[in-house]
Design a protein around this ligand. Sequence first.
Ligand SMILES: [Zn+2]
Length: 489
Amino acid sequence: MTTYEAIIGLEIHAELNTKTKMFCFSANDPDEKHPNINICPICMGHPGTLPTINREAVKKVISVGLALNGAIAEYSQFDRKNYFYPDLPKGYQISQYEHPFVKGGHLDIEGKRIRITRIHLEEDTGRLIHDMAGGATLVDFNRAGVPLMELVTEPDFRTGEEVRVFGEELQRIVRYVGASNADMEKGQMRVEVNISLRPIGQEKFGTKVEVKNINSFKYAADAVAYEITRQTAVLERGENVAQETRGWNEHKQETFSQRVKEDAHDYRYFPEPDLPPLRLTAEFIEEIRRGVPELPAEKRARFSAEYNLELGMIETLIRDRALADYFEAAASEALQHDTETSEKPRASVTKTVAAFITGDLIRLLREASAPISDIRITPENLAELAVLAAEEKISSTAAKQILGEMFSSGDDPSDIAERLGLWQMSGTADLESIAARIIKENPKAVEDYRRGKMASVQFLVGQMMKQSRGTANPKIAQEIITRILNQEL
Ligand SMILES: [Zn+2]
């Protein structure tokens, strides 16, 4: 039996989050619900109108190119890609053919380098809405002319998992540089997978199948896995894989044939006569380079070295640049406080901050479906809570409760602890009196302890926690209980 390897490449489109469209001044508002509002004679392709280039869109696509180590072309131009479709009012799409803004580049994922072929800038099409009830197809041109970045990779992927990891990292990068919101469910980022199989050891590529319209990188990985199985079966039957475009059905977890490719399309590309070629100066490119922020990979390495956090926590924090910034603001406050007041190791308080954010805080934000930018807890207050917890002035149960209160009220954690009586009892005198009472009330547990049942201590500590409504310091409570029991023996 032949063993096959999969050769996989990607084409990824991302709508850029500029204020206006690519070649006119119509608003670029992906949340506009009313159809055909954000349009003008230019993006509708009326005769006699002239396009102009959106400078912000050019800067955004170049910043993505720089983030991916690509070469920025000093000379670039726009071309017309001619074809007819009802969602394309001009009868052609302005795109880039021979002279894209970015050539080459790479992104390293889990020790493997994925090479980027090119990144170019073009315009999006309108949107067709199939109105099943009315039996008609409607068209909304709000999206027509929105700046669209297209990124093409070399066929460097071998598995669906590599596709997923690459795609999710790319999504983080375009968000970090502020180029696109890259929400795949809203179609702001779209992925196409090209996949073929060849016997291991063979140089020549097999027949390529394209899987289009996949709206998550998880599904892209699933589609790749499905295609590998399907194409392997076709080849093992001695048949040929058809060159075709397939779609992904996420419910059935399978790809399905959309159309068989007979010929390569001839789009009759030619230089866009209404736009001048662009010559980018070194200063212009440098200015954009200075604006590229710390990227996810750099942040990941720094968070590990600087804060000594676990990988899972780091991944959660860096998923969103604003969340990572919020963590750093709170962590630096906590460290400052920590060095002033305590001799605890510095790492523990930043870990506590990270644990609050990646645990309860993210859950609270999700439940409120609010972004981190809307949070009412200041980084200072979160830092204070972490210090109180690290210094054991509040118990972990109390900390959770206080965090919930802070989330809804935005209040200071000390005020909340005071108001709700949640200060942890570490004072030996208070705890001793509770312990004495608990021991008196539970003669059976004391008797069990005398007979050698050590679990009785845990039971008695549990009773203390209950009576103190969780404010007893469990470590000290256990010491006291053990001491009293041993005295009584
Ligand atoms: Zn327009």
